[in-house]
Design a protein around this ligand. Structure first.
Ligand code: IMP
Ligand code: MG
Length: 176
């Protein structure tokens, strides 16, 4: 496949927004007992490491891995846990860190899954949101950027495991 990348969010914009999100999150979470950031692998990694370093309060980091997509551009709607949490979150303050909300199917599933483990509080931060393509209504407390309904890559987001390491977000268009 030949691909064409069109810059959508620059590295500078990403870093500025991450700092803003960190202070918004800090205003809500800095007083509470050691919060846990749970990153949803693998898309979250660049965002989570930047966000974590921008937070001024003590916190833990954990990861889960799920599968919905299998390298394709459209969601199957089936969510599976591939790597579970290594820690008990009952009674803990949890912040789920996700790269993007598209249809909302994944986060709606995850929200229920986390609630069933009885955290003391549960919040979600997603770097990106494609609000136009939402199918399931899911509560997301913090959103970095609302983006158009286009397939994007970079800063952790992939297409068939490629492009995660781009330092900015780009729209991916196939050319033939
Ligand atoms: P949802 O269940 O439709 O909300 O999809 C969420 C998941 O699909 C995200 O966590 C991403 O892994 C993936 N995804 C959705 N849109 C994109 C995109 O534009 N680029 C890369 N991955 C995407
Ligand atoms: Mg994801």
């Amino acid at each position: 496949m030949e691909a064409n990348l069109e810059a959508l969010i620059t590295e500078n914009c990403l870093q500025k927004r991450v700092a803003e999100l960190a202070s918004e999150i800090g205003a809500d979470l800095s007083g509470v007992e050691v919060p846990i950031l749970v990153g949803v692998l693998k898309g979250c990694v660049y965002f989570l490491t930047d966000l974590s370093r921008a937070l001024s309060f003590d916190h833990q980091i954990e990861f889960i891995q799920i599968s919905t997509y299998s390298g394709q551009k459209s969601s199957s709607g089936i969510v599976q846990i591939r790597k579970d949490l290594d820690t008990n979150i009952e009674g803990r303050n949890v912040l789920i860190v996700e790269d993007i909300v598209d249809t909302g199917v994944t986060l709606a599933y995850l929200r229920e899954w986390f609630v069933s483990r009885k955290p003391k509080s549960l919040r979600i931060v997603s770097l990106l949101s494609k609000t136009e393509s939402r199918v399931v209504d899911v509560q997301v407390e913090y959103v970095g950027f609302e983006i158009p309904n286009e397939f994007v890559v970079g800063y952790g987001l992939d297409f068939g495991e490629r492009y995660r390491n781009l330092p900015y977000i780009a729209i991916l268009r196939e050319t033939r």
